[in-house]
Design a protein around this ligand. Sequence first.
Ligand code: DGL
Length: 275
Amino acid sequence: MRLNNHEAIGFIDSGVGGLTVVKEALRQLPNERLIYLGDTARCPYGPRPAEQVVQFTWEMTNFLLEKNIKMLVIACNTATAVALEEIKEKLDIPVVGVILPGTRAALKATQNNRIGVIGTVGTIKSEAYKNALKGKAPKTTVVSLACPKFVPLVESNEFGSSVAKKVVSETLNPLQLKKLDTLILGCTHYPLLRPLIQNVMGSHVKLIDSGAETVSEVSMLLDYFDIANSPDYKNEVNDFYTTGSPKMFKAITDEWLAIEDINIQQIRLGGMKHD
Ligand code: DGL
């Protein structure tokens, strides 16, 4: 594998959720150039059949491969759960998903071996977290809960509203009596709801942001493959692409990433119809 250190790291998600991973990448890896693609027009992926999520994930991957990325981060749990293995096998660049880093962090954090996982319907149905947690530590009790109402709240930039507060509180209610000491935010959209989730679960429950954990793994792989950008390289442009409305995307990036002069372009993928 011959990769150019100056090429970008690609990030894909069904929408704006992967920006929670990008936020961490901007902090941990300021020398790296990033390219982000959010398939906002087809978000959410959570309720879609696995085959369709695999197809959409390939369409996003192929778009970024044309930009000569040196590493791909599937910054979406739903896509990681069903497409990571296949994509990893076929690509000759490193491919990182968000599920294993989150699993490792949760096992490190738990004291009572009772871990909760919240995610989209697709992620929870795949049992990817449960299998990964049990595979590493069979005695762990895993309590999983799908939260299909969370992603639409984030995509509509409603993540701080009183409606969001009510939805989060009602949805997480079944977890209250499960004696969890650790909860995996198994969807990259959920860190935007983090204060509300923490409030409902209580301060004794450690929340694991699998996206943030993933960036530590990306950093390690850059070193392992010797493809990190040189420290004197000054990164000035990160490119953001969305299949949806650049205006809504910008409202969320402004609030969440606070980057000036952000470059956002709208694109079409695969079978999407042109206007
Ligand atoms: N951000 C995504 C995830 O981590 C997907 C949300 C969705 O499209 O349903 O699962």
